[in-house]
Design a protein around this ligand. Structure first.
Ligand SMILES: C[S@@+](CC[C@H](N)C(=O)[O-])C[C@H]1O[C@@H](n2cnc3c(N)ncnc32)[C@H](O)[C@@H]1O
Length: 239
């Protein structure tokens, strides 16, 4: 099952970026679920928190972060120049910065850290080496800081694969064909979810990467088997 990574995936996002917001607007619960995921980053601090929105795309997840914590200093990073162009064109509070960077390059400017919290929405599944990316995230997250991973991930039952295939073939891929670059990206979406970890396998992967307190939060309603948010913490450092 071929999925896209690296330059091929970047090219697909650059081609599809003009239609991305229209498609997510048609996806039931997309923005509500991002808002719930961002709320799991924890409460605003007494001093402004530095939050990394990794794989920010056109800024849907960034909006969720800035709504959950309006005082935060947010670095929104993405590998796709096209997606970033659409994100930057929206109105943002002054403490939000969009930067072109690959998740694999975390730890180097412009995504050096340390960050008080990290959100990665629909990102890890798209990376060629998610273990490496999780390792990088852990290194830029301050000890005790929360990581929130939100994505299409399956619960692991046959019925969830059937639902996911029906959603993709019946709605997502046909709608994706309307705009430039869409079919390739949305076929990738279907395959990458089927080929990636189930929610509990992803939790185990996050734990292996050195995080603790890993929890799986299924979406509500009929999407419970296909959308999950996972929370974890970088362990505090002991003297
Ligand atoms: C499905 S979009 C999600 C965007 C946004 N987080 C949201 O919730 O709407 C995934 C984004 O991850 C970015 N991405 C994929 N692989 C990446 C990588 N290795 N490093 C940085 N960004 C990457 C893509 O360019 C794309 O904008």
């Amino acid at each position: 099952m071929t999925v896209l990574h690296g330059p091929a995936l970047n090219d697909a996002f650059n081609r599809a970026c003009g239609n991305y917001d229209r498609l997510t607007a048609l996806s039931p619960g997309y923005h509500r679920q991002l808002a719930s995921a961002a709320a799991l980053l924890g409460p605003a601090g007494a001093t402004p928190r530095r939050i990394l929105d990794l794989g920010c795309g056109t800024g849907a997840s960034t909006l969720a972060v800035t709504t959950a914590d309006p005082g935060a200093v947010v670095t929104a990073a993405d590998a796709s120049a096209g997606m970033l162009e659409h994100a930057r064109a929206k109105p943002w509070p002054p403490r939000v910065e969009f930067v072109e960077a690959r998740a694999e390059d975390l730890g180097r400017p412009p995504v050096q850290g340390p960050y008080d919290a990290v959100l990665a929405a629909y990102l890890l599944r798209n990376t060629a080496d998610p273990d490496h990316v999780l390792d990088r995230i852990r290194q830029v997250l301050r000890p005790g800081g929360p990581l929130v991973v939100h994505d299409y991930t399956l619960r692991g039952r046959t019925v969830d694969r059937v639902l996911w295939n029906a959603l993709c073939w019946g709605i997502v891929i046909p709608l994706g064909t309307v705009g430039a670059g869409g079919p390739r990206l949305y076929r990738h979406l279907r395959r990458s979810v089927l080929g990636f970890d189930t929610a509990h396998a992803l939790a185990a992967r996050i734990e292996r990467a050195g995080f603790t307190d890993v929890r799986v939060h299924p979406a509500t309603g009929w999407q419970a088997g296909v959308v999950h948010t996972l929370t974890a913490v970088r362990p505090p450092e002991h003297p």
